[in-house]
Design a protein around this ligand. Structure first.
Ligand SMILES: *[C@@H]1O[C@H](CO)[C@@H](O)[C@H](O)[C@H]1NC(C)=O
Ligand SMILES: *[C@@H]1O[C@H](CO)[C@@H](O)[C@H](O)[C@H]1NC(C)=O
Ligand SMILES: *[C@@H]1O[C@H](CO)[C@@H](O)[C@H](O)[C@H]1NC(C)=O
Ligand SMILES: *[C@@H]1O[C@H](CO)[C@@H](O)[C@H](O)[C@H]1NC(C)=O
Length: 768
């Protein structure tokens, strides 16, 4: 017997009945003939079995032609089948025809425009150019920049500006008065994405959104998606700092504090998306909602997976009333959801929309007043290849009716339907009618794979533009000091110039105007002009005033033989000028503020300081970190400790008696209840602070994206750091560090940081 011939096929023959039920035998295997592609390769999602998806891959700047994908049919044939006459090959990507400019000329004139070809645009005299004067054909088959338009200004009778004609399109309609319409159509082989028809409105704006002509192989770059979707979602999540939101209303969804935002996420898991893709797409969803959660609004969610049927992860109704689902519940359920390829034949896109419509109807019925205040954001992930349940258009129209209530002007912003087309073969023409069309906004995005989607969602909410959120940071490390530092945008170093040397300490930015550090970093004779603050971004920040805790008194116990006494060892430095909050400069969260409640996802009016403490300093061994400067690497490294609380605290502080003149008798007077204790090797070996680390934050990372400070490094029982050694130091059995517990100095923090007279937004401290 010849086994080599058998390898793939015999295995298939064996497995086949298990998959498809006895009786259907393996004549259904699709064969390998004529599948190869010139200049590229293909992958199969499930071998040669029924339902398997063949995807062609070409190098950048090329696309597969004539087929992008094939799927293995029950009959054992590929659809579309390979054609004998036209060989499958990788073709150079073209951009749509740019020679559609009216009242102007385009250089150079070519029959076709390929990747990296450039064009320039010039208007005839008397006309002025809007849009880009030069454009480049990009590797995704789109022209860079915006549609160039030559206009002679607003003509008599016109109300709207010339809407132009995008590359690859033809426009009919040359009058731009109120009620005049223009219609578009794309050249053969291109699909119109956006509005086919636009009407000039009284306010001088065209209805809908600018149309674009997409090839089937046209994709959006992560940057394009980040810019369009990222800014929309960000603005919908940002709590406006002032009440002056005139420029937001009508343009972008805008949500009041407290969040009346409903986010519905529906993901296609039909056989057209394979398991690996599914995992990545799910990760993207997890990323999206985790990032959303770092904002001050807490939306209600509905999350569905759909194929021929619906699998519901959470229903929006679960968010009403007392027992709100927490983000952790949702994430756990998302992570636990199993993909089962056998269940996922057929795609019922309509059913997904219907399910959402039903949820909306229930909400409306329960409380119409409340429903009217809600903002609804639908985010779909699908390749658009539905094959059951009928066309979704009608259901989408009903969703529009339900939310907009025939008050388009007023309520238009209450609904956004976004669709991410994901896959190697996306049905543009079926998807574009479903998404929201609003001038200057994009609601349809095309992504090649779940991988791309995952990457895109990493960047989608760019923290750089978000102000007012404490402790938000980037959470990846590209291996460079700069990227590493983006994890600690609150980090500050303090230098005090004195005769005969320099004092060095660490600190943390707690508002754009204040640095929190240790009081012992300063001597009586230090004046503010001798103090300099450095952050990652700025090297030389000047200090306006130094505020020591009023109860700090190093010499308070000198008479009892203790030359140094560190109770209340905290200080604030007020900067001469507030720093600008950005991706690399941002305050850390401190306990007992509303800002930190949001970071901890505590929602409601009656959150207390105690609740913060229960979340942050609750366990017997509470993990925390601090930063130390690494002389060798020349940047700060994160150190790990376990704060010993509850019944372990006593043991921990007991080791302070190894310090001269501290005894069992005076121990609790020296290490007062205001100190947190870390160090030692039990249950795991802690890092230990060195001299220059004083004043630094002892902090906890919450939920990957937020950092909350719980202590200030004050003193230690042993100096384990020789002058010249640069690396992180590990604790011995006996060594202990003591940190001021921020929960014990809240009145001091509140007095200065909650001060309404401060020029920058003060923190809002919790009552009680
Ligand atoms: C346009 O691109 C093609 C393919 O890269 C190249 O062969 C051609 O020279 C380019 N034309 C111009 C005018 O740059
Ligand atoms: C609100 O915004 C408008 C337009 O930007 C501006 O003219 C006005 O002064 C602002 N009002 C306040 C109270 O800031
Ligand atoms: C409906 O919602 C509004 C607005 O939130 C609220 O004031 C009202 O009490 C609610 N009515 C009922 C019956 O729950
Ligand atoms: C310990 O106490 C003695 C006697 O009061 C004193 O001389 C000495 O300076 C003290 N040492 C420290 C480190 O406080």
């Amino acid at each position: 017997m010849n086994f080599s011939v058998c390898s793939n096929l015999c295995l298939a023959l064996l497995l086949c009945p298990l998959f498809l039920g006895v009786g259907v035998l393996c004549e259904t295997l699709c064969n390998d003939k004529n599948l190869d592609i010139e200049g590229g390769y293909y992958t199969l999602s499930n071998g040669h079995f029924y339902g398997s998806m063949l995807v062609y891959h070409c190098p950048e700047g090329y696309y597969a032609y004539p087929a992008l994908t094939r799927s293995c049919q029950k009959s054992g044939a590929w659809s579309p089948g390979p054609k004998r006459r036209s060989t499958q090959r990788c073709r150079m990507i073209e951009c749509p025809n740019p020679l559609v400019l009216e009242s102007g000329s385009v250089f150079p004139v070519q029959a076709q425009y390929f990747v990296n070809n450039e064009t320039t645009y010039e208007c005839y005299s008397g006309y002025t150019l809007r849009g880009s004067s030069s454009r480049k054909c990009q590797p995704n088959g789109k022209w860079s920049g915006g549609t160039p338009i030559c206009s002679s200004g607003i003509r008599d009778g016109d109300r709207c500006a010339d809407p132009g004609t995008p590359p690859g399109a033809r426009r009919t309609g040359d009058f731009f008065g109120i009620g005049d319409g223009v219609t578009y159509r794309c050249d053969d082989g291109l699909t119109l994405v956006g509005s086919k028809e636009r009407v000039c409105q009284e306010n001088g704006q065209w209805t809908g959104t600018e149309p674009k002509c997409y090839y089937k192989h046209t994709y959006d770059t992560p940057l394009e998606i980040t810019e369009a979707f990222g800014s929309a979602i960000r603005e919908s999540l940002l709590v406006s700092e002032t009440n002056n939101d005139t420029d937001l209303v009508g343009k972008k969804i805008h949500v009041e504090k407290g969040g009346l935002l409903n986010i519905y996420i529906a993901m296609d898991i039909s056989d057209s998306i394979n398991e690996e893709e599914f995992q990545k797409a799910r990760n993207a969803v997890i990323k999206l909602i985790t990032k959303v959660s770092s904002f001050s609004v807490s939306p209600n969610y509905e999350i569905l997976f759909f194929a021929s049927d619906i699998k519901e992860i959470v229903n929006i109704i679960d968010f009403s009333g007392e027992n709100r689902k927490t983000l952790d519940n949702i994430l756990t359920e998302l992570k636990n959801f199993q993909y089962d390829a056998r269940e996922n034949v057929g795609t019922n896109l309509n059913l997904a929309f219907k399910t959402i419509l039903e949820s909306m109807a229930i909400q409306k019925q329960r409380n119409e007043t409340l429903f009217e205040q809600l903002y609804h954001v639908l985010i779909f992930f699908t390749d658009g290849a539905y094959n059951m349940g009928g066309r979704p258009e009608e259901t989408v129209a009903k969703i529009n009716e339900m939310v907009i209530m025939n008050k388009k002007d007023e309520r238009d912003k209450n609904l956004d339907i976004y669709i991410f087309g994901v896959g190697s073969d996306i049905y543009d023409e079926d998807i574009t009618p479903l998404v929201t069309k609003r001038d200057g906004e994009t609601h349809y995005f095309k992504v090649k794979s779940g991988d791309e989607l995952d990457k895109t969602f990493d960047e989608i909410i760019d923290e750089a533009n978000v102000v007012g959120l404490c402790g938000l940071h980037r959470n990846y490390d590209k291996g460079t000091p700069d990227s590493q530092r983006l994890r600690y945008p609150w980090l500050a170093r303090i230098e005090v110039t004195r005769e005969g040397g320099q004092g060095k300490c660490m600190g943390s930015l707690v508002t754009p105007e204040y640095i929190l550090t240790a009081a012992h970093c300063f001597k009586f004779e230090d004046t503010v002009d001798k103090i300099k603050v450095k952050t990652i971004k700025s090297q030389d920040i000047k200090v306006k005033s130094l505020i020591l805790h009023p109860k700090y008194n190093l010499k308070a116990k000198a008479a009892e033989g203790l030359n140094e006494f560190y109770d209340y060892d905290v200080a604030l430095l007020k900067l001469t000028k507030s720093v600008d909050v950005s991706i690399d400069t941002r305050p850390i969260c401190i306990p007992c503020t509303k800002e930190t409640s949001a970071a901890l996802k505590l929602v409601g009016e009656k959150i207390t300081c105690k609740q913060h403490e229960e979340l942050l300093l609750h366990k017997t061994y509470e993990e925390a970190s601090f930063m130390s400067y690494d002389k060798f690497e020349q940047f700060e490294q994160e150190n790990q400790v376990k704060l010993k609380l509850k019944d372990q605290r006593k043991n921990c502080i007991g080791l302070a008696t190894t310090v001269e003149n501290i005894t069992a008798n005076n121990l609790e007077k020296v290490v007062t209840a205001n100190f947190l204790c870390s160090g030692g090797r039990d249950p795991t070996r802690d890092n230990i602070a060195c001299k220059g680390d004083s004043g630094g934050a002892v902090f906890k990372n919450y939920d990957d994206y937020r950092t909350i400070q719980v202590g200030v490094i004050s003193w230690g029982s042993k100096n384990l750091c020789p002058e010249r050694v640069s690396q992180k130091q590990e604790s011995t059995d006996e060594s202990r560090d003591f940190h001021i517990n921020l929960f014990k100095v809240v009145p001091f923090l509140k007095e200065h940081l909650g001060d309404d007279s401060s020029e920058t937004a003060p923190l809002t401290f919790l009552d009680g």
